[in-house]
Design a protein around this ligand. Structure first.
Ligand SMILES: *Cc1c(COP(=O)(O)O)cnc(C)c1O
Length: 361
């Protein structure tokens, strides 16, 4: 059974002129469209009260569970305006499936995949004028779920939830050209440990990561690289992105051991490699191997990948007792080839052999 959505259009929607002014320089995650999606869950009714309504603040009791025990998780994907004018999302069913895996880990009710995708479609169709036409820009979609039961009891998960989707126009991550990032190897902090929530896209993982990200910035680096929790030796992820290591014609990315977030961009690159004339494998790499590989020239490029920035070259690496450069510190040829291919599929300038692109409008 699919839910039907009540539609309540905003009478405070921004004018075309106001919208154009925002779209001229949207930044990332700072401006939101005129509407949002909400669906409620109770044990008695299941998912119900699905609606599209004007974007605006929520009123929640201060004792609402999410504020205290962080039972919350989210997704992130983009709607792109393609060269032929249509609006598409990239692999939204993969986000729906990952969302439900995260829900299972966080003891939250799953949202039917069809409902998840319909919610995205309805919001994007309603606010379609917010999908940027500028090359490289997109509409970032943020589905999330929060525990809404009121009370401070900690023995059981919440019995009530709200699923929401909001949307935010996004500029290209690299407005001034592709710039490789510098990374800090975090040996003091751990993002995720076996049995923990590392594979779930929950806000708590980010809350626990900010102190390490701040430390990276204090060390003069752009991003933190997470290592395994046991030895602080094996590479896992970079901030909110997955990592790929390039050995000439071969890509290697850390295996999904349960402590890594299974990125959809990561999965897409593994699947695209052969078409790009590359081999690809999942494996394990220590920071010693990373440094030695760069010094011998065997490890030619490193890049991070995720929905927000697509593909980002890593230029320099720094740790407590070591520092080195990847290649010559500039974006590598393989990195740029992977990046161009993914962007080409998303914006409709390259063939979509995998049927990853989902037409919305
Ligand atoms: C969302 C996320 C990623 C990237 O996932 P994509 O589906 O490629 O956007 C990687 N690592 C972490 C920790 C994340 O939260």
């Amino acid at each position: 059974m699919t839910l039907s959505f009540d539609v309540q259009l905003s009478d405070r929607a921004r004018t075309a002129a106001e919208r154009d002014q925002i779209l001229a320089a949207p930044g990332f995650g700072q401006h939101f469209t005129d509407h949002m999606i909400s669906i409620d869950f109770t044990e008695e009714l299941g998912w119900h009260n699905a609606r599209l309504e004007p974007y605006g603040p929520l009123t929640l009791d201060p004792a609402t569970s999410v504020f205290h025990y962080a039972q919350e998780l989210f997704e992130g994907l983009k709607a792109y305006r393609q060269s032929n004018g249509s609006i598409v999302a990239f692999r939204p069913y993969a986000n729906a499936a990952r969302f439900n895996k995260s829900c299972a880990r966080m003891a939250m009710p799953e949202v039917p995949e069809e409902t998840f995708v319909e919610a995205l479609e309805l919001l994007v169709q309603t606010d379609r004028d917010w999908v940027p036409t500028t090359e490289g820009h997109s509409l970032y979609l943020r589905p999330f779920i929060i525990a809404t039961q009121v009370g401070l009891g900690v023995n059981y998960p919440s019995k009530q939830y709200r699923f929401m989707v909001i949307a935010s126009p996004a500029a290209s991550y690299f407005a001034g050209g592709i710039k490789p990032v510098s990374v800090w190897l975090s040996t003091e902090y751990t993002r995720a440990a076996p049995g923990g929530t590392g594979a779930a896209k929950c806000g708590g993982n980010y809350a626990a990561a900010f102190v390490a990200q701040r430390q990276a910035v204090e060390q003069g680096c752009d991003q933190v690289v997470w290592l395994d929790s046991n030895e602080h030796r094996y590479v896992e992820e970079m901030g909110g992105m997955n990592l790929f290591f390039v050995f000439g014609n071969k890509l290697m990315t850390p295996s999904l051991t349960g402590t890594l977030l299974p990125g959809i961009t990561r999965d897409s690159i593994l699947n695209l490699a052969a078409e790009l004339g590359l081999e690809a494998e999942e494996g394990r790499l220590s920071i010693e191997e990373w440094q030695a590989g760069c010094e011998s020239g065997e490890l030619t490029e490193v890049f991070a990948c995720g929905t927000a920035a697509v593909v980002t070259p890593v230029g320099t690496v720094k740790g407590a007792d070591r520092a080195w450069v990847v290649g010559d510190g500039t974006p590598g040829e393989v990195t740029m080839r992977v990046r161009e291919e993914l962007l080409g599929i998303q914006y409709g300038t390259r063939p979509d052999h995998h049927s990853w692109v989902h037409k919305i409008a």
